[in-house]
Design a protein around this ligand. Structure first.
Ligand code: F0G
Length: 463
C-alpha cells in the first residue's frame, strides 16, 4: 500500500429516482467475452461489463428537470421553440451570437474543419482529441499539438497541464511558410489527462492569435469542469461563478465546438457556435446536407430542450465539486494500492500511467491495451487506451513530447456511487499486484482511421 492520504468519498448532491440493474459477469463469461471481442473493449456488449468507464460521453444520468424537458419537445421541423431556448442559453453562456445545433461534437468539427482547414495548412491545438485530429487530417491539413512540456510528464504537479506552449504557437504563426486557418484549444485537455487550461494562458493565446488575425476556436466539451479548476486554482478567481468564468473564457475566443454529451449532461447533442456570421451561413448550408435544418441539426427538438437544461445544470458548483471530487477520490484510492496515476487528477477521469504500470513491456507490446484488457479480465471494468493505438498512426513527435501512454477510467456524470469507485480502485489494485505476469498484445486487424474503435488484437505468448 502507498502512503497517499485517502480522502473520504464525496457526498452526492442528488438522490436516486430511477435505477438500472447491473451485475458482475462470471470469470468464464469475461474470458469468452474477451475472445469474442477480439480483445477490443469497444466490441463488448454492455451486459458483459460491470462498471463501464469507457467514456464520460453521452453516458450521463439526466435530471428530473431534463426528463421533464423531453415532454415539452415542440417537434416542428422548422422554427421549434426548443431551438430558440437552446440559442438563448448558448448565447448567454458563451456570448457567441451564432448557434448551430449538431447531433454531437464531431459533427460540429466536420462543419468547422470542412470550412476552414485547407490542404497543406496547419491546425495547432493544445492536444487534438482523436476525432478533431481526424477531421483536420481528412481535410488535408496537419494537426499539431502544442501543449506545455509539463503535459508530457505524468507526475508533474502543474495546476494547468492543459496550457498551450505560447512561444511555440507564436513561432508557428510567425513562420511565413506555415498557413494556420485557425487555432484550437481543448477544454479540458482530454488526451493529456483531462487537464485544465488557465485563463491567463488562454489570454496569451488569444493575444497571439488576434495579433496575427487568426481565429481562435475552443473545443468546449468540458468547459464547466475547466472553469471549476480555474475557480479553484487560478489566483483571484475563487469568488467568481462558473458562469462568469465561462464567459471570461469565451470572451477570449471567436467560436467553439461542443459535444453536449459531456458538460451538456445529455446522451446526445452538440453545437457549433461562432461570432462569424459568414462562417455560420456557410455552416448552415452544410448542416442541411449532413445533419438537418438549422433549427434542429440532426436531433429531436426534445433533445435540444434536455441539452439547454443540462448546460445550465453543468455550471452548478455543488455538482462540479462532487464530480471533480469523485475523480480525485478514485485517483487517491488507486494510488493507495501503489498503482501509478497521472497527476494531478483531471476533471472527468483517472488516467493510469502505463509506462510506470508495465515497465517490462515495450511500446510494440501495446501495453495500454494489455492493461485495459486486464482490468476487464479482473473485474469487468471497461476502460480505454489513450496512447499508441489511439494516436500512434500520426507523425513522429518532437523529443520530450512522446505522447503519454495512458489507460483512461472515465467517470460518467451522476451515474456511479463511491462504492462503485472503490470497487474499481480495488480491481486496479489486484491487477497492479500481478503486473509482472501481464503479457503484451499484437494488433491483428488495423483499420486506417480512428483504428482503436475497430482494431482487433491477440495476446502475445507468455515469455
Ligand atoms: N472533443 C473532445 C475533447 C472529446 O473528448 C470528444 C469526444 C469530442 C471532441 C467529440 O465529441 O463524441 O460528441 O462527437 N470524446 C469522447 C471520449 C468520445 O470518450 O472522450 P463527440
Amino acid at each position: 500500500m502507498g502512503s497517499e492520504p485517502v480522502p473520504p468519498p464525496p457526498i452526492e448532491p442528488y438522490k436516486v429516482k430511477v435505477v438500472e440493474r447491473i451485475s458482475l459477469p462470471s470469470r468464464e463469461a469475461r474470458e469468452s467475452a474477451l475472445v469474442r471481442s477480439g480483445f477490443n473493449l469497444f466490441n463488448l456488449t454492455s451486459e458483459e461489463v460491470y462498471i463501464d468507464l469507457l467514456t464520460d460521453s453521452g453516458t450521463s444520468a439526466m435530471s428530473d428537470r431534463q426528463w421533464a424537458g423531453l415532454m415539452v419537445g415542440d417537434e416542428s421541423y422548422a422554427g421549434s421553440r426548443n431551438f430558440r431556448h437552446l440559442e438563448e442559453v448558448v448565447r448567454r453562456i458563451t456570448g457567441f451570437p451564432e448557434v448551430i445545433p449538431t447531433h454531437q461534437g464531431r459533427a460540429a468539427e466536420n462543419l468547422l474543419f470542412s470550412l476552414l482547414a485547407r490542404p497543406g495548412s496547419t491546425v495547432p491545438n493544445n492536444m487534438h482529441f482523436d476525432t478533431t485530429r481526424t477531421h483536420v487530417m481528412r481535410n488535408g491539413a496537419r494537426a499539431v499539438n502544442l501543449a506545455i512540456p509539463a503535459a508530457y510528464d505524468s507526475q508533474d504537479p502543474h495546476p494547468f497541464k492543459g496550457n498551450v506552449n505560447v512561444p511555440r504557437l507564436a513561432a508557428l504563426l510567425a513562420d511565413p511558410q506555415v498557413k494556420v486557418p485557425l487555432v484550437m484549444v481543448t477544454l479540458t485537455n482530454n488526451t493529456g489527462g483531462g487537464q485544465p487550461v488557465s485563463l491567463e494562458n488562454l489570454g496569451e493565446v488569444s493575444r497571439v492569435c488576434r495579433a496575427r488575425g487568426v481565429p481562435l476556436y475552443l473545443d468546449m466539451c468540458r468547459w464547466a469542469e475547466n472553469s471549476f479548476f480555474v475557480r479553484a486554482r487560478e489566483p483571484g478567481m475563487s469568488h467568481r461563478s462558473i458562469a462568469e468564468i465561462g464567459r471570461m473564457t469565451f470572451d477570449l475566443a471567436d467560436g467553439a465546438t461542443m459535444s453536449a454529451k459531456k458538460d451538456g449532461l445529455v446522451n446526445i447533442g452538440g453545437f457549433l457556435a461562432t461570432r462569424d456570421p459568414e462562417l455560420a451561413a456557410r455552416a448552415k448550408e452544410l448542416l442541411i446536407v449532413f445533419e438537418g435544418f438549422p433549427t434542429y441539426g440532426g436531433l429531436a427538438r426534445r433533445d435540444l430542450e434536455a441539452m439547454s437544461i443540462g448546460l445550465e445544470e453543468a455550471m452548478d458548483l455543488e455538482y462540479l465539486a462532487h464530480r471533480v471530487g469523485q475523480v480525485a477520490f478514485l485517483a487517491e484510492r488507486i494510488a493507495a494500492h501503489g498503482a501509478p496515476v497521472l497527476r494531478p487528477p483531471g476533471g472527468h477521469g483517472v488516467y493510469l500511467d502505463v509506462r510506470r504500470f508495465l515497465p517490462h513491456l515495450s511500446p510494440a507490446d501495446l501495453p495500454g491495451q494489455a492493461l485495459a484488457v486486464e482490468l476487464f479480465r479482473e473485474g469487468a471494468v471497461r476502460s480505454v487506451e489513450v496512447g499508441a493505438i489511439m494516436f500512434g498512426d500520426g507523425e513522429s513527435p518532437s523529443p520530450g513530447e512522446t505522447p503519454l501512454e495512458l489507460v483512461r477510467l472515465a467517470i460518467p456524470r451522476r451515474v456511479y456511487s463511491s462504492a462503485h469507485l472503490q470497487y474499481v480502485a480495488d480491481v486496479v489494485g489486484a491487477v497492479w499486484r500481478r503486473r509482472e505476469r501481464i503479457v503484451g498484445m499484437t494488433m491483428t486487424h488495423a483499420p486506417e482511421h480512428l483504428r482503436h474503435f475497430t482494431a482487433k488484437f491477440a495476446p502475445k505468448p507468455a515469455a
